[in-house]
Structure formats: C-alpha cells, structure tokens
Design a protein around this ligand. Structure first.
Ligand code: C2O
Ligand code: CU
Length: 451
C-alpha cells in the first residue's frame, strides 16, 4: 500500500468505526503525507465550557501521525500562531536537521512560515510530537500529538488504541488557570485540574470481545506522573517508551512520567458488554467495553524488538551527571517573576539559546563510542530525563532491581541514581533535559554534542 492509500484506508477505518476516534490530518499538500497547521482554536474539554487552546489542525486531540518503520514520512508544518515554534519528534532517532529544536537544529518557524520535516523512522512504536519553544504554554495549551510508527511487519492485534493523557489547567467554564506557578516550578510542577484521555474525561472505547487489544498510553502532559494500573490482572506491559520489551510482564503500577509511554497488551473479556478500566492511582482514566465479535482463543502477538545497537559496556566511558538545585539563589525574584536558573545539571542551569548564542555542550561525545550516563538525582522530586536522537539502555538503579530495557526518557526517583548506556551513533547537538516542562524552563535543560 502506498502512503496516500494508507492514509485513505486509516481514514476509512476511522469513519466506519463506532469508537470515539481521533481526527486525522487535514488533506496534506501534494508530496506530503501530513500537514499540521499550528493555530489557536477553541475546543471543548469540559462540558459546556470553551477552552482557548493551541491546536494542530484546529482541534484536540491532534491528528495521530502514522508512519511506517524504515519508510520516509513527510510532514509539512505551517505556523499560524503569532509566535515562533518548531516541532520535535519525541523518541525518534533521526538526523539532527529534523529534530525540531530552535537554533540548535533549525531556525524557529516564524509566524506565517512553513517548515517541511522528512525522516525515516528506524524504530517502530509509540512516539509523540510537540513544539520545542515556549513549551510551558505551547504544550500546556494543547500542542501535543501521537506519532505511531507501525512495524515493518504488522503484529496481529484486533484493535489498537492510542491514548494521550493530559491534565488541562482549566476551570469549569473552560478558561485557563495558571500553567505554572513559581512555588510549583521548584517542586513537582503545576498539575492541571481536569484529567483527560484524548481530551475526554474517562472515555469508553469499544473493543471486540475476546480480541487482542494494544493499548498505547502516551503521557503528553507537562507535569503529572500517571501511575497506571488496571482492573484486568492479566494485562501485560509489552513496550516502554516506544520500545518493545523482550519478555512482557504483568502491569502493576507503572510510573509514566511526562514524555514517557506505556504499551499494554490485553485480551478483552469474551462476553459482550464487559469492561476493563485503566486508572491513575484509583481514578479512572479510560475504559474499554466489549462488543460482539467472532474472535476466539486470541493470543497477544509478540512485538519485534527495535534495532538499537547494544552498548559495548567493556569499552564504555562513564560520565556522571548530578541533578541538583541552586541553593544560594532566591527562586522567586522580588517582582514575582521566576528565576530561570533554579535546577542544575552538573552545576549548570540552562541559559537559553538565541540566534548567535548557543551555550557550550554539557558533554562532548565521540561518535561510535559507548557511554554510560550515571544519572544522579540529588533532589527530593522525581525527574524524567530525556535525550534526543538516541535511545538509552537502562542498566541499573541504586533503588530497585532493573531488567535492562530501552528508553528515551529515564525516570529518576528521589535520590535515585540510574546507569543508562548508549552508543553515540548519531552526530549532532542533542537536547538532554528533564521532561517536566516547568523544570526544563527553570534550569533542567542542556545538550550533548556527538562529533
Ligand atoms: Cu519531548 Cu526535548 O522533548
Ligand atoms: Cu524535573
């Protein structure tokens, strides 16, 4: 199937299904698989309330981009905001020129301008996209979307649910409350009040009774760490942060911090009208409900592993990174403004970038060599640490037993040290930051350079 037909057939599926579905992209320009128009739009998140959001293609949730592993995807981004933006493809191991970081990888896309992204995903799985400018506001107001890379050979699921989790900072009339407050920025961040999945409060999705269901959770929130559990004791964790795990494990209480993803495999109940609920702590996030089907004795298919080069641990270089805070500054300036250098990585706070000013990298890495990042969180809060353009192999923690797994966003608990290795095989200057958006805005951001 060529890409155009592929998009058409997904459209068809979307139209023939009774499920609440995300809307697909507007008809893309010739030569492009997707077109994303970045613009302000009013959306309905709370009943009867209107929210002045920032959107892709005029609505929320954003279009789900479906690309294919090892096949190029072309996405045209048109900026209709009144401020610059760029779009970053979270978790993609692609060339730096397509990474979507202003100044570091491309000039900002100015209001009225268009930028064409094109890349070939090497890995299949659940990824996402979001701006990399003015992030507290641009992401916080709705510019977040799912990027699903389908396996070169599609695993045999009967249903595939893409579920973007986001807490909206809104009141009952839909208007926004503060996306950040200084007090929260220096703690766990400012959580939104209204918890949603695909912009709905505890939606129900219909699935075929007895079917093998892939449930993809994507944490596209600025702040909240969802602790996902379910009423189905047989639910299996099949992939973490886009990457399948070799041996699926039962879901207990999976910590899914901002930026992280969790793919579950579930065999739906065999009787019609039965439900399985997925929760954050004890609050329902989303429910699946069975409808009639012919399916019987279905098994969860096995996902192929992604082609991530194994780190050469015998010849690796270890680099230590201390995640701390600046004790000798007052985080809140006298005029009530937040100081931007609160959190520190190896004693440095992110100083920002502009045309003509790019700070020094936090580390310079030799291309092709294996590095072990020793990530030490010396704070009493958790931090999901994300690297662009590469995928870590998480090896070890001083706090818990770890079966090595792949991840682009490593969760550090309070006072936890984690060893994460990778082969620095992608040349460029790659952002390296905490994905709690208020944290990256107040210091926890840097980049590493692969020469
Ligand atoms: Cu979701 Cu700099 O990343
Ligand atoms: Cu953080």
């Amino acid at each position: 199937m060529n890409r155009r037909n592929f998009i058409k057939s997904s459209l068809l599926v979307a139209m023939t299904s009774t499920l609440p579905r995300v809307v697909l992209a507007a008809t893309p320009s010739a030569g492009f698989d997707y077109e994303l128009i970045v613009e302000a739009a009013d959306v309905n998140i709370v009943p009867g309330g209107s929210t002045p959001a920032l959107c892709f293609n005029g609505g929320y949730p954003a279009p789900v981009i479906r690309a294919k592993q090892h096949q190029p995807v072309r996405i045209r981004v048109i900026n209709k905001l009144n401020e610059p933006t760029t779009i970053h493809w979270h978790g993609m191991r692609i060339p730096i020129a397509m990474d979507g970081v202003p100044f570091l990888s491309q000039p900002p896309i100015m209001p009225g301008e268009t930028f064409d992204y094109e890349f070939t995903p090497p890995d299949a799985g659940s990824f996402w996209y979001h701006p990399h400018m003015n992030s507290v506001e641009q992401l916080g107001k709705g510019l977040v979307g799912a990027l699903i890379v389908e396996e070169a050979e599609k695993p045999d699921f009967d249903e595939d649910l893409v579920l973007c989790m986001k807490n909206w900072h809104i009141k009952d009339d839909g208007s926004f409350t503060a996306l950040t407050t200084p007090q929260n920025a220096f703690r766990m961040g400012t959580p939104g009040r209204v918890m949603t999945v695909n912009g709905q409060i505890n939606p129900t999705y219909e699935v075929p009774a007895g079917g093998a269901i892939r449930v993809r959770f994507l944490n596209v929130d600025n702040t909240v760490m969802y602790q996902i559990n379910t009423t189905d004791p047989a639910a299996q964790v099949i992939a973490i942060d886009g990457n399948p795990i070799a041996n699926p494990v039962a879901l207990t209480n999976h910590m899914t911090a901002p930026g992280m993803r969790l793919d579950l495999g579930v065999i739906a109940p065999s009787k019609v009208g039965e439900t399985v609920t997925f929760k954050h702590k004890n609050k329902p996030l989303v429910t699946i409900k069975t409808v009639a089907s012919q399916l019987k004795n279905r098994q969860l298919p096995k996902l192929p592993l992604n082609p991530i080069t194994a780190p050469d641990l015998d010849n690796a270089e270890t680099i230590k990174f201390a995640f701390e805070w600046n004790a000798n500054i007052t985080p809140i300036e006298k005029d009530g403004k937040v100081s931007y250098n609160f959190w520190t990585m190896n004693r440095r706070s992110w100083e920002g970038m502009s045309k003509g000013h790019i700070p020094d990298p936090l580390a310079t890495l030799e291309r092709g060599k294996t590095y072990i990042f020793e990530l030490s969180n010396l704070t009493q809060y958790h931090h999901p640490i994300h690297i662009h353009g590469h995928t870590f192999t998480v090896l070890k923690s001083n706090k818990k037993a770890i079966t090595p797994f792949h991840s682009d966003t490593v969760l550090l608990g309070e006072n936890e040290t984690v060893l994460a290795a990778f082969v620095a095989d992608n040349p460029g200057r790659w952002m390296y930051h905490c994905h709690i958006i208020e944290h990256l805005k107040t210091g926890f951001m840097s980049f590493v350079e692969v020469t």
